[in-house]
Ligand binder design. Structure first.
Ligand SMILES: Nc1ncnc2c1ncn2[C@@H]1O[C@H](COP(=O)(O)OP(=O)(O)OP(=O)(O)O)[C@@H](O)[C@H]1O
Ligand SMILES: [Mg+2]
Length: 316
C-alpha cells in the first residue's frame, strides 16, 4: 500500500521544553492512524507541525501526491482540539464560508455545504445559528469544515474528548464511516477510541514514540496468559495472599527473564498474575494453595489486554 505521509526525526522544543523528540512514523493511504498518549505527551504539538501551523525545530515531513508548487497543507483537512466558530453564523453559512476560503466557487461551496451537512447528520440544523448547537453538533460541523475541500488526509486532534458519552458514541460512529472514505490521523488519550477506530497506533510518551504498529499485531504480540485469584475473607487466607504476592514481587525485582511469574498486581483483594507458562504456573499455584490450606473463592485464567500494555507503556 502506498505511503501518504512520512515523518522523519520530527522534533519541537519550546525554549527548554522538548515537547516532541525525534518522532518517526508513516501513514499509509487508506489507513486510520491513532496518535495515542497521555496529557502532555506531545500529540497536539505533533499534529500542529503536520498541519503546518507550527514550525518544527528539526525533522522532515514528506507528503506523497502533492503536485509541483502546491503546498501539501491544502491536501489536509484539520479539526483542532477546541475548534471555535462564529456563533452568529448558521452551520450552512459557516461551511459555505469555509469552502470559499479553500478556493471553491460560491456555487460549488453551497452544494458542498449541503452535502456535507447531510453527511455529518446535522442538515436539520443547517439554518440555525451555531451558538445554539450542542457540543456534538459543533464537533460534526467541525468535521464537515475539515472535509470541505475533499482532503487526502483528515487530521483530528482529540475529536471526541470534549463530548459526553452519547456524543462520543455518535461521533465515533460517524468517524467509523468517514474513515472508509479517506486516510485519517487522529489523536486521543483514550485507548478505547483508538481500538474502535484505528488500524495503526502510535503510542507517544514524553514526546517520544514508545510503541507503534498495526493495532492487531500489537495486541497479538503482547498477549500473555494471566491467572486471577481471589480468596475468602478469613485472616489466614488474606495473610497468605499478601505474603505470596510480596514473595512474587521480590522475585520479579530480580528480573529473571525466564521466571514463571512475570508480573503481579494485588488490587481490591484480587491478585492478578501474568505468567510465562500457564500449565506450570497454574500447577504451582494450586499446589501452594492446597499445601497452605488457603480458601480459594475464585481462580480464573485469562490473558493481558491492550489496556494492560498501554498502561505499562505510558507509566512504565
Ligand atoms: N506553546 C508552548 N509553549 C511552551 N510549552 C508548550 C507549548 N505547547 C506545548 N508545550 C508543552 O509541550 C508538551 C506537549 O504538549 P502538547 O499540547 O503537544 O501535549 P498533548 O499530548 O496534546 O496533551 P493533551 O492531551 O493535554 O492535549 C507539554 O509539556 C506542554 O506543556
Ligand atoms: Mg493536545
Amino acid at each position: 500500500m502506498t505511503t501518504l505521509l512520512q515523518v522523519k526525526g520530527l522534533s519541537k522544543s519550546f525554549g527548554a521544553v522538548r515537547a516532541v523528540s525525534n518522532i518517526d512514523f508513516t501513514i499509509r493511504e487508506g489507513h486510520c492512524v491513532a496518535l495515542l498518549g497521555p496529557n502532555g505527551a506531545g500529540k497536539t504539538t505533533t499534529i500542529r507541525m503536520i498541519t503546518g501551523l507550527l514550525k518544527q525545530t528539526s525533522g522532515k515531513m514528506e507528503f506523497q501526491g502533492a503536485a509541483e508548487g502546491v503546498h501539501y497543507r491544502s491536501l489536509i483537512g484539520y479539526l483542532p482540539q477546541s475548534p471555535s466558530f462564529y456563533s452568529w453564523m448558521t452551520g450552512s453559512e459557516y461551511l459555505i464560508y469555509a469552502g470559499q476560503l479553500c478556493g471553491l466557487s460560491a456555487a460549488t461551496a453551497k452544494l458542498r455545504a449541503k452535502a456535507l451537512l447531510e453527511r455529518v447528520g446535522i442538515s436539520g440544523a443547517a439554518k440555525r445559528r451555531i451558538g445554539s448547537y450542542s457540543g456534538g453538533m459543533k464537533q460534526r460541523l467541525g468535521l464537515a469544515q475539515a472535509l470541505v475541500h475533499q482532503p487526502k488526509l483528515l487530521v483530528m486532534d482529540e475529536p471526541v474528548s470534549a463530548l459526553d458519552p452519547l456524543g462520543r458514541k455518535e461521533v465515533l460512529e460517524l468517524l467509523r464511516e468517514l474513515k472508509q472514505e479517506t486516510t485519517v490521523l487522529f489523536s486521543t488519550h483514550v485507548l478505547h477510541d483508538a481500538e474502535v477506530l484505528c488500524d495503526d497506533v502510535i503510542i507517544i510518551r514524553n514526546g517520544q514514540v514508545a510503541l507503534q504498529g498495526a493495532i492487531d499485531r500489537i495486541r497479538e504480540n503482547h498477549r500473555k496468559p494471566t491467572i486471577e485469584l481471589q480468596v475468602e475473607q478469613d485472616e489466614h487466607s488474606q495473610r497468605w495472599m499478601s505474603t505470596f504476592s510480596r514473595r512474587i514481587q521480590s522475585l520479579l525485582n530480580e528480573k529473571d527473564e525466564g521466571a514463571l511469574f512475570q508480573d503481579v498486581q494485588l488490587q481490591n483483594g484480587i491478585a492478578r498474575f501474568t505468567v510465562s507458562e500457564m500449565d506450570a504456573a497454574r500447577r504451582m499455584l494450586i499446589e501452594e494453595l492446597a499445601r497452605e490450606q488457603v480458601k480459594v473463592s475464585r481462580l480464573e485464567v485469562g490473558h493481558t489486554s491492550l489496556e494492560d500494555l498501554f498502561m505499562k507503556v505510558v507509566t512504565g
